[in-house]
Ligand binder design. Structure first.
Ligand code: DAH
Length: 337
């Protein structure tokens, strides 16, 4: 019996050590200290033993029970302490004078997103470390397609890449939700650019996509004009020029009539009267097909707004590098509260 009790003690100790959550510790407790436990069985047999044996076995059983019970209590305390690590943040303390502000890119992103949300678009996101398929093939950019050269890509050792645009969010959303679909996806993108006042290796885009039955270029123009009207508080004239992107057909560059000179020609629009705003187009049937949407039933349009450029335009920021610099004094000059 002594041997049996010692074995129980060792087994219980191991099980307590190996239990790392409250539930499993409580299970060990009921196994070793409950009414049906092996120790209880031993205690029940005490009545058949001699007085001397009773003394020894009874004492040992109680010792082991107490030991197990102490170990269980200790373990439960440790688990509780771990789960209730308190964050010391006192929200009643007075604030520092310099409370900071939203980043210019965040401000324009929120503006565009809130307009699109009113039109029934849902916000989606995608990973910044992206699979080659979503960044290229799913968008009809095959392995050796020259269009890949337009986006100097950071490849990672794990075979993935830093996404070069927000367009992979189109593919992910089509796969996840199917058609019909209205999504907006703001996010950070990366390209291996030589840095200067207008080029950064890290920048922000906002992708939009609509898929439904009988979607046409008119719908695309309508949505773009609505966004611009809300942002600039007046009707803005737009025009489409042909532009090539493998994932749209036809593809366009959408220009807006220069808001500074009203189309007469000025330094901002380099005398042309028009300012390039964003590439867009009708979703290529192959792109729909790759994501399981039947191009004979559905059509769609997509656009990619350069949020970084938009923020620079809105806040008159001449050097793109300011935006990622973390230089609060420069960012403060935007006047964002
Ligand atoms: N992803 C493209 C780029 O970064 C921009 C773009 C072009 C997005 C056309 C679109 C589109 O949604 O329809 O160069």
């Amino acid at each position: 019996m002594i041997e049996k009790l010692n074995k129980i003690r060792e087994k219980a100790k191991i099980e307590i050590t190996e239990s790392n959550d409250e539930q499993s510790v409580l299970k060990v407790k009921s196994t070793y200290l409950g009414k049906e436990s092996e120790i209880s069985e031993v205690m029940k047999q005490l009545k058949d033993l001699s007085i001397d044996e009773k003394k020894i076995i009874g004492k040992l059983s109680n010792e082991i029970k107490n030991e197990i019970s102490d170990l269980i209590k200790e373990k439960l305390d440790v688990i509780e302490a771990k789960s209730s690590k308190k964050v010391s943040f006192d929200h009643t303390l007075p604030v520092d004078k310099d409370t900071g502000s939203l980043h210019p890119v965040t401000v324009v992103a929120e503006e565009v997103v809130s307009i699109l949300k009113k039109m029934g678009f849902i916000i989606v996101t995608g990973p910044e470390m992206e699979n080659e398929y979503y960044n290229f093939e799913g968008l009809n950019v095959a392995k050796n397609h020259p269009a890949r050269d337009m986006q100097d890509t950071y490849w990672l050792e794990n075979g993935k890449l830093l996404r070069t645009h927000t367009s992979p969010c189109q593919v992910r959303a089509m796969e996840k939700y199917g058609a019909p679909l209205r999504i907006v996806a703001p996010g950070r993108c990366f390209r291996n650019e030589d840095l200067d006042a207008s080029h950064e290796n890290t920048f922000f885009q906002l992708e939009g996509m609509v898929i439904d039955k009988e979607v046409s270029i008119n719908n695309l123009i309508y949505v773009m004009k609505n966004i611009l009207k809300d942002i600039y508080n007046k009707d803005v004239e737009v025009r489409l020029r042909p532009g090539f992107f493998p994932f749209v057909e036809p593809g366009f560059e959408l220009d807006i009539k220069c808001l500074i000179c009203d189309g007469k020609g000025c330094p901002t629009c380099k005398g042309s009267g028009w300012v390039e705003l964003c590439p867009c187009g009708m979703v290529h049937p192959k792109v729909l097909e790759y994501s399981g949407i039947d191009p004979n039933v559905y059509s769609g349009f997509a656009f990619g707004i350069g949020l970084t450029r938009m923020a620079m335009f809105k806040y008159n920021i001449a050097d793109i590098r300011v935006l990622n610099s973390g230089n609060i004094n420069s960012l403060k000059q935007t006047g964002i509260e």
